[in-house]
Every structure is written in structure tokens, then in C-alpha cells.
Ligand binder design. Structure first.
Ligand code: TNX
Length: 532
């Protein structure tokens, strides 16, 4: 096995030069020869549309900054061009690429499809196209080919938890760039946690004055940690949030904010203790794991959450708003006279009914504002509220159950897509939360199982890889955990079902190491340790 892999590694640049694409396109036909760019090559934006021009201009700038060439952006050309245009015969997200000896033609069903074509084109060039500075002495070349492509799923997401460890804005942008490179279209931003509240809310300043800081950084500790008296934390201002949302939109990525409720709320309670059943005092949590201090379903709590969500909706145009809903211990509700009365007067049965009541009220609020609620699969307990979309994390059962109840589903099972789990032997890997999730296992996930009828399969909107950050305190480590495993999620989300082939994928992943190096990504080589 090891020998074969080493051989593949050596041969990769020759064998797969033309097909080194991730995610794999629907169809790829190799042509004769290649298109070599020279100083007369032009970039042609075929319509007057600003969107088309913007994409063409991105390529122009990328060529100009990575080579000695400086192609002109033109309205028409006869040969020696790279053209960008819309073809409305194609589905909105679909695209075609034709490359022969004298030109490259990119067509998208819409601006979005054209953007995907552009991402594929970049992958067809040599790795240097991704360089952040000019590299001289090489000639940009595209292999002659014909490509038709379109996504399998409409939702291709990646989640980043900034509650446990905050990441700088510069990293969030780099992450968005990498998501775009692999044709993801959703960035799920997990913004609140027991261990930290990370988004500025003007109406409730204590959320960030108090809730954004905990007593110390817990790097490397699970429990029994020693306090050194230092505080750890930070938050994103609304200006920074707007900047990130706009940046993502320019890469055709929607940002879904997550505001956790009723659980994972201890940092909020530390800021506003009157929202908890015991009244506090509470501290921003300094241990990992799940806090039993959760929101109490008082009217004042709903007012608070609706106010918070109102500000959030002003910042995020996303149709989907994620409200968490996972891991909500019911202890304080059991002991609260208020909750017990509410369960009785509303006929909720028990605390699970109360959780369902909680989510349903937020669901109606979001729905009345034209948005859609997503929650983790615990929102199934006690009855799913009518408009909810379920994000299945505890294996795949929650998602399957939700699809059976005719609810939309996003599959992000911990058994395949928890990128905080170990990807290699824990003896040689940096500290992780646990688990065992090598690249091959991530790649093996298939959302359509026999447990679902064809009709039920329609409810599966797509897939998502999740990065929880209890043990990830730096961008470098985040990159190490995400790459290359996120590429496997990308391929399952985009490429046709039944086309997957792990060995072929691994050889393409190797072919991407050079591209990722050019982008200064600290990817993991752990698969090499696993092959023996
Ligand atoms: C479960 S997934 C959690 C997170 C943890 C993660 C660690 C989910 C909805 N809840 O709070 O960070 O496991 O893998």
C-alpha cells in the first residue's frame, strides 16, 4: 500500500496534470495541446454585466500579480483570450469551460455559475496562480479540455466555532477564500458559547464587555486546569461582521450566524444573570463541556433574544439563521417553579416539551421576519416546529428522522464530519478532542442511504463540515485540522453521486498540496502515517 501511494505521489504531476480538480467536475474531456498565455493574451468580459466584469477582473488581477504579464480587459477578441460570459441555457449554478490552443472560454448559467467556472480555471493553471506574489520564469498554461459541471447539492457548508477560541478577521477571510476555492457556498459562523460571546450587540453591551472574556485560556487543558489569572477573549464588532459578510458575498458565500439557545448560553447569563432560572451569579465558563446554566423561558428572555436576533438579522442577509438548540440540560428547568408552571399552563408535558415550545416561539419570530430557522438535531425532541431545518450532528439518525417528517436537513454527522477529531494516530498528532476521523472516513460519507425514499432524499439540502475549537486556539492549527479533510466534504457536496473513488481523490489531494502551499495553508500530511 505504502509503495503504491509513494509511486502515485511521484507520478501525480504527469498523470493528473489535466484533471487535478477538486471537487471533481461532472464531466472532463481532455483535448489536444494547451493554451499558453503570452503578453498579447487578453481577458474578455463578453457582456456589459458588472458581475461578469468583476469576475473577469479578478482573473486579470491574479495573472498580473503572479506573473510578468498584464493582460488587458477587453469587450471583444478574436483569439488569444480568456473569455467570461453568461449562457442562460445552463442552470444558474452550472458552467462550461472550453480550452484549445488559442483560447479559454468560460460560461456560467449565472454570475454564480461563472464564478465556479473561474475557480475551476484557477485549478487548471499551474500552482503559481495562487501565489501571493509574482513568480517569474514560468509560463501560465491551461490544458486543452472541455468541462461541464454543476453542483449535486445546493448547500455546501463549513462551520467554524469562534466561541471556544476566537480567530482573527484576517483568518476568517482566508478561510472564506479557501471555501470559495473548493466551491462551498455556506459559511456557518458559530458566534456564541458557554465559553464566550463573540458578536457585538448594541442594545446589550455587557454581552461583549462581560461575556466575551473568560478567566483564562484553556489551551491544552480539559479539566483540573490551573488558573494563571490571565483573561482570554475578544469579539467581532458589527463593522467587522459587515466586512466579513460583504467579503463572503463577493465570493458567492452566504454567512449563517449561529446564536445558541436555550443551552450553551452561560456567557450570556454571566452578562445578564436575570435571564437564568437561578438568577446567578454566573461566570463565563472556563471548562469545556456543557453548562447546565441555560436560558430560562421568561418573557424577558424572549424579548432579549428577539432583540439580539433583530440586530443579527440586520447584519446577516442570510435566509437561514441558526439558533443552536443542542445540548440543553434541563436541570434548572426542573428546579424552577416558573418553568414547572409554564409546562402545566401551556400543556407542554415535560421539559422536552418546554424546549420545543422555546424553539417554536423563536421559529415564529424568525418566520415572521422572512427568515428560516436552522437548529441542531435536538430540536426534534418534543416535536419539531413547523418551519425548522435540522442540522444533523449526532450521527445521521436525526437527519433521517427529520427528512421522514418532511423537514429540510443538512447533514453534518459527527461520525464523518467533525473535523476537530483526530485524523491520524493520536500518538503523533497534535492534541485533539478525541475521535478517529482519517481522510478516508470523511470521504466515505454518502448522504443518500437506503433508509430514505426518493421523496425523502429531496429534503437533504446538503452537507457541512464542522470545526469545533476547544483544542484549536490558532489559525495554523485550524488549517491543519481542516485541510485536507474539508476537500472530502467539498467533493461529496458537489460531485455526482457514485463517481467517488478514494484513491483517485487522494492523488488529486496530493496535487493540491502545491496550491495550498502557495496559499500558505498549514495542511496536514497525516494520511501518510496512516497508510502502513
Ligand atoms: C458537540 S455538535 C457539540 C459542541 C462541541 C463538539 C465537540 C454540537 C451541536 N455540540 O458544542 O464543541 O461536540 O466535538
Amino acid at each position: 500500500m505504502r509503495l503504491r501511494v509513494v509511486l502515485l505521489f511521484l507520478l501525480t504531476p504527469f498523470v493528473l496534470f489535466a484533471q487535478n480538480l477538486i471537487p471533481k467536475p461532472v464531466s472532463f474531456e481532455k483535448g489536444e495541446g494547451a493554451f499558453r498565455l503570452n503578453s498579447s493574451t487578453v481577458v474578455w468580459a463578453e457582456t456589459a454585466s458588472e458581475e461578469v466584469k468583476t469576475i473577469a477582473e479578478s482573473l486579470r488581477l491574479r495573472i498580473a500579480s503572479t506573473t510578468h504579464l498584464n493582460p488587458e480587459l477587453v469587450k471583444v477578441a478574436r483569439r488569444n483570450f480568456i473569455s467570461f460570459s453568461i449562457n442562460t441555457d445552463l442552470a444558474a449554478d452550472a458552467y462550461t469551460i472550453h480550452v484549445d490552443n488559442e483560447k479559454a472560454e468560460l460560461k456560467g448559467g449565472s454570475g454564480r455559475g461563472l464564478f465556479y467556472a473561474y475557480q475551476t480555471l484557477l485549478q487548471l493553471f499551474q500552482d503559481q496562480i495562487y501565489n501571493s506574489e509574482a513568480s517569474y520564469g514560468f509560463r501560465l498554461t491551461l490544458p486543452a479540455c472541455d468541462i461541464f459541471d454543476q453542483p449535486r447539492f445546493g448547500y455546501r457548508g463549513s462551520m467554524l466555532d469562534v466561541g471556544r477560541h476566537i480567530m482573527p478577521v484576517s483568518f476568517i477571510k482566508k478561510y472564506i477564500d479557501l471555501l470559495a476555492m473548493y466551491k462551498f457556498n455556506q459559511f456557518h459562523w458559530h458566534l456564541t458559547e458557554d465559553q464566550g460571546w463573540r458578536i457585538e450587540i448594541k442594545k446589550y453591551p455587557k454581552l461583549t464587555e462581560v461575556g466575551a472574556y473568560r478567566k483564562e485560556s484553556m489551551v491544552g487543558h480539559y479539566s483540573d486546569q490551573k488558573f494563571d489569572g490571565k483573561q482570554y477573549g475578544g469579539f467581532y464588532t458589527q463593522e467587522e461582521v459587515k466586512e466579513i459578510v460583504a467579503y463572503a458575498a463577493s465570493k458567492y458565500i452566504n454567512v449563517i450566524p449561529e446564536i445558541e439557545m436555550p443551552g450553551h448560553a452561560q456567557a450570556a447569563l454571566a452578562s445578564y444573570p436575570e435571564l437564568g432560572c437561578t438568577g446567578g451569579p454566573y461566570e463565563v465558563r472556563t471548562l469545556w463541556g456543557v453548562s447546565e446554566n441555560v436560558y430560562c423561558p421568561y418573557e424577558t428572555t424572549f424579548t432579549f433574544l428577539q432583540d439580539v436576533l433583530t440586530e443579527v438579522m440586520e447584519l446577516f442577509p442570510s435566509e437561514y439563521i441558526h439558533i443552536g438548540g443542542d445540548e440543553c440540560p434541563k436541570d434548572t428547568w426542573e428546579d424552577s417553579e416558573f418553568c414547572q408552571n409554564l409546562i402545566k399552563t401551556e400543556g407542554l408535558g415535560d421539559e422536552h416539551g418546554l424546549q420545543s415550545y422555546f424553539i417554536s416561539r423563536i421559529d415564529s419570530f424568525l418566520t415572521s421576519r422572512g427568515r428560516r430557522l436552522i437548529g441542531w438535531d435536538e430540536i426534534l425532541e418534543g416535536g419539531l416546529s413547523p418551519n425548522a431545518t435540522v442540522m444533523s450532528w449526532r450521527g445521521t439518525e436525526g437527519g433521517i428522522e427529520a427528512a421522514r417528517q418532511n423537514h429540510d436537513v443538512i447533514m453534518s454527522p459527527n461520525s464523518y464530519y467533525y473535523l476537530d477529531y483526530y485524523q491520524g494516530d493520536p500518538a503523533t498528532e497534535p492534541l485533539a478532542i478525541g475521535g478517529n476521523l482519517p481522510l478516508e472516513k470523511v470521504y466515505s460519507y454518502e448522504p443518500f442511504t437506503d433508509e430514505l425514499t426518493d421523496e425523502q432524499k429531496e429534503y437533504i439540502l446538503g452537507v457541512q463540515g464542522n470545526l469545533w475549537t476547544e483544542y484549536i486556539s490558532t489559525p495554523e492549527k485550524a488549517e491543519y485540522m481542516l485541510f485536507p479533510r474539508l476537500l472530502a466534504v467539498a467533493e461529496t457536496g458537489w460531485s455526482p453521486q457514485g463517481e467517488k473513488d478514494y484513491e483517485n481523490f487522494v492523488s488529486r489531494v496530493q496535487g493540491h498540496f502545491g496550491k495550498l502551499l502557495m496559499r500558505n495553508v498549514n495542511f496536514s500530511r497525516s494520511i501518510w502515517n496512516l497508510e502502513s
